[in-house]
Write a protein of this length. Sequence first.
Length: 452
Amino acid sequence: MIEEQFIEPSQPLEKTESQQPVSLKKRIFRGTLWTLSGHILSQGLRFGSNLILTRLLYPEAFGLMALVYTFISGLEMFSDTGVNASIVQNRRGDDPTFLNTGWTVQVIRGTFLWIFACVLAQPAAVFYQEPMLAQLLPIVGLQPFIAGFYSTKMTVASRQLALGRLTLLDLSTQIVGLITITIGAWIYQSVWALVVGALVAAVLELTLSHTLFEGTNNRFKWDKTALKELQRFGRWVFVSTILTFLAFQSDRLVVPRLAGVSFLGIYAVALTFSRVMSDVLNMLGSRVLFPSYAELVRERPERLYPVLRKARLFMLMINWAAAFFFILFGQQLIGLLYDNRYLDAGWMLQLLAIGLLVESIGNSYGNVLLARGNTFEMTVLQGLQVGLKLGGMGIGYAMGGEYGLIFGIAMSNWLLYPAQAICYQRLSLWQPEVDFPFLTVALGVMVLFFVF
């Protein structure tokens, strides 16, 4: 079913043992299976650990863990200067000189990020009135420092859609990290378990990135031509990555300031459920669709529009199925799985799922801009998303307290879509034949939900 939805064979980047070329369609199909199966397993592990940790820790401690996760995620995303995306998109993505120059840039970036984490620690502790952040952040900052040394072999495997080993690497590091976190939380009931688990997983991923894959062994290199190409592509990617972090994580930074760390702990439970399918599809987009779109842009640009339409329909159907389930049964699900301290996560989950209906329509375009090299447009859209989300949280909280805060987060996604439509229309990528039916249904669902 999935294989039939995609495209005709294109020029291959990979060969079988008999040296027969493997078509792009087959690599997409195989990569999709690896990515979906691996990420579903990953989400299952994450969900299981979430249930355990909420029983080991009070909402206040769980909220602090969510805040630390946000800083970890932010530092990881800030370490992305567009090098990995450039390797996938650029015609020189298999050139050792290009790869080693990109690796050197990543190492330098990771070092500066660790220094930044140390400088940020004390101000963050004062701002959130959480003294432990002053101790946690310098240690957490070691994670992007370690990530800077990850081998580019992983990115080359992604470029070629050779995703089997990448999936196994992700699962193995996650399992080891979660085991470390769970044991530490059980014994010490402390947020330090999270930090140690993340660092153990990072060291393991560093080791496997250099030993599990074939290809160029990285060494320090500074080629001016390669650097110019990386800078030309990555200048807006870096800004866009920062804005992406703010678009998806700013709520975790603002919510504890407005409503407290305990409220963040409950909100984090609802957010984990609301993002479960989006996270799977985001992984599918970055691992499978982005390199597929990039290959089409390089070799068969006339096929990009129909492939994008079919891929978007596939992603929208999955996202909407999850959203409808949470709208109808969100409160019952939370009541079944969690104790009374987390019951408010039920109505939060329902509101977030309503926002997801329209968010998924715009986000399903996402990776095509990067594949085409339209990094400026991507940055502008991310900036608008950040502004709307921050405005929605501020206005919502001022008008409706905690309920208004969550409502503002959900509705910001509806306000972003018109800007997305204008942007994609200018690039001849907008697909109203897909979007309008979904938008009509989404509007009807929202009206019915608030009426009944």
